[in-house]
Design a protein around this ligand. Structure first.
Ligand code: ADP
Ligand code: MG
Length: 331
């Protein structure tokens, strides 16, 4: 997390200004006025986007509409979503709870129907699950009775590829994700991060065209999550895969994505599509770069700006009765 203080310090340091926190407070300076506009891209970032847009569109989402019938009536989960994803692009989907992120990823996976619009993967309508789309969701979905290797082989077996060849592919993938020595272990013997690595290998062993990930690292501790982000970027760099990654973590989205699809809730609609101005290769050191902070501030405005409505009547800091007789104050 970037706190406000980091923002102030980093901004002034990066801008080569000899201002500290007190100066900024005294001058009543808004730190964002020191930051570049999040639309501003360095020539190398611009060149990367030009290259990206020359690639083939792999996934087309046109006028997508999805309702759910609930006891409270019809819920418009997704309203008129339009978005194209380019081959080998890394797209993050972000938005407040209930904005339709999971519904969108389930529709793309073919696990959920939709009421209007079209979804095309390489020109073919998406109307059910298929090998060309791999999935990794938050809950650990490994089969507990199967070994790591057998879990990875599962996808291949489902598409009729068993035996020695399947075993060799599984072992190759375990090697790539650094879990060869755990091939014969069972899921309960693995850490959370390892389980998600196996889930990624299991999704990729089928050589899908697109990998759909719905908050895959949401249950991991911060350090493991950071390692997994690096690991995923490394895999993405090395194979021909397009990734759609749902998260509610702003830093994670900026760290991973080429573009961020920002949704708003009630109804779920596209609020903005952000081209991330942070150069690649990415690392956590960039969390404090001006373009990273500028993008984060924009995401924060878009997401928290829209969710504050419900909480508006609630005071942000509740008033507590003082329960101590100690005289000196702690702050
Ligand atoms: P997110 O993943 O962004 O939190 P979801 O895609 O889970 O959002 O949900 C979007 C909206 O659709 C929410 O209002 C949610 O209550 C509703 N919804 C999702 N799944 C169902 C369902 N199976 N039945 C009824 N309503 C649903
Ligand atoms: Mg969700």
């Amino acid at each position: 997390m970037i706190n406000e203080q980091t923002t102030h310090q980093t901004t002034s340091e990066t801008m080569g200004l000899a201002m500290n926190q007190t100066d900024l407070d005294d001058a009543n300076v808004n730190p964002s006025s020191f930051l570049p506009d999040y639309h501003v891209q360095s020539p190398e970032v611009q060149a990367r986007f030009e290259k990206l847009y020359q690639r083939k569109v792999i996934l087309e989402i046109k006028n997508l509409v999805k309702h759910f019938d609930t006891q409270q009536g019809k819920v418009l989960a997704l309203n008129n979503i339009n978005f194209d994803i380019y081959r080998r692009e890394f797209v993050c989907v972000i938005g407040p709870s209930g904005c339709g992120k999971s519904t969108l990823s389930r529709i793309l996976a073919g696990l959920e129907s939709y009421d209007g619009g079209t979804v095309l993967l390489e020109g073919q309508p998406v109307d059910g699950p298929s090998r060309d789309r791999g999935m990794v969701f938050q809950g650990y979905t490994l089969f507990p009775w199967r070994t790591v290797k057998q879990n990875v082989m599962f996808g291949l077996e489902m598409s009729g590829k068993g035996g020695f060849a399947a075993e060799q592919s599984a072992l190759q993938w375990l090697d790539l994700i650094g879990l060869s020595s755990f091939a014969d272990a069972y899921p309960h013997q693995l850490s959370g991060g390892m389980k998600q690595r196996v889930a990624i290998a299991r999704a990729l062993v089928n050589e899908p065209r697109i990998l759909l990930m719905d908050e895959p690292f949401g249950a991991l501790d911060a350090q493991t999550r950071c390692k997994m982000q690096k690991h995923l970027l490394e895999i993405w760099r090395n194979i021909d895969i397009t990734i759609l990654f749902v998260t509610h973590d702003l830093d994670e989205a900026i760290l991973l994505a080429d573009r961020i699809l920002v949704l708003k809730a009630h109804p779920g609609e596209v609020q903005e599509i952000i081209e991330v101005p942070v150069p690649r290769p990415r690392s956590e050191r960039q969390l404090t770069s001006p373009e990273f902070i500028a993008t984060r501030i924009r995401l924060d405005q878009l997401i928290h700006g829209s969710t504050h409505d419900e909480a508006e009547s609630e005071p942000l800091t509740p008033t507590f009765a003082r329960l101590t007789n100690v005289e000196d104050n702690v702050e």
